[in-house]
Write a protein that binds this ligand. Structure first.
Ligand code: ADP
Ligand code: MG
Length: 234
């Protein structure tokens, strides 16, 4: 699904340059649930942003679903992002003046799905995250956990091949974090490929594989037996 070879990335800062990713080799098969761990500043978001085509690599290669991701112009990158990828962020990134339903329907609008079908589909995804009754509510009427579930429904509505989540539980308390992880595990159970950036070991343990970044290289990459989040939620 994802294949990265000898990836390098630096940020230019005036005369200096900061070498953030220093030769990453990494591949992900369909259906995996991968945690990307590492201390703050270790390059986790940089890696996820490159995987998400929000940023470009300097050296190396990246292919997604066998498509080489190279020299894409902004239009093409946006097309691929819509087709392949769903995003979830720590700060939810919902649109404040749109209802939960409208937020979930937005990627479908960009896919040129008609209004009626858009709303039916969006409602289906809201139902899957347990928020059908909240369809007409605005984000500021929802709790943090509910907002993140709307964001996950929005990401899934476009039926992406890969879901990328950057610290999806970073702004949530433990109980709410486990509810979100329970949802993420269930989405993964039905076959979706998911990558999660986190620095919380308990969240990483709920994935099936943990990749550890340190000083721009992968220092550990191991499969684990996942801890199920459902035992912590009620
Ligand atoms: P993490 O997500 O692991 O905390 P990041 O990938 O966000 O780490 O950042 C890695 C390093 O790159 C940090 O030192 C950060 O300050 C730097 N960095 C990130 N984005 C940029 C940017 N757009 N311009 C310059 N430096 C950046
Ligand atoms: Mg980060």
């Amino acid at each position: 699904m994802i294949e990265i070879k000898d990836l390098h990335k630096s940020y230019k800062m005036g005369k200096n340059s900061l070498h953030v990713l220093k030769g990453i080799n990494f591949s992900v098969e369909e259906g995996e649930l991968v945690a990307i761990m590492g201390s703050s500043g270790s390059g986790k978001s940089t890696l996820l942003n490159i995987l998400g085509m929000l940023d470009v690599l300097d050296e190396g290669s990246y292919s997604l679903d066998k498509v080489p991701i190279i020299n894409l112009n902004e239009t093409k990158a946006a097309q691929y992002r819509n087709k392949f990828l769903g995003f979830v962020f720590q700060s939810f990134n919902l649109i404040n003046y749109k209802t939960a339903l409208e937020n979930v329907a937005l990627p479908l609008y960009y896919q040129r799905v008609g209004r009626k079908e858009r709303n039916i589909k969006a409602l289906k995804y809201l139902e899957q995250v347990g928020l059908k009754e909240w369809a007409t509510h605005l984000p500021n009427e929802l709790s943090g956990g509910q907002k993140q579930r709307v964001a996950i429904a929005r990401a899934m509505a476009a039926e992406p091949k890969v879901l990328l989540a950057d610290e999806p539980t970073g702004a949530l308390d433990s109980k709410t974090s486990y509810e979100v992880m329970d949802l993420i595990q269930k989405i993964n159970d039905s076959g979706n490929t998911i990558l999660i950036v986190t620095h919380e070991p308990d969240i990483a343990n709920m994935c099936k594989r943990v990749v550890h970044l340190k000083d721009g290289v992968i220092v550990e990459d191991k499969k684990i037996t996942q801890v199920r989040a459902s035992q912590y939620v009620q």
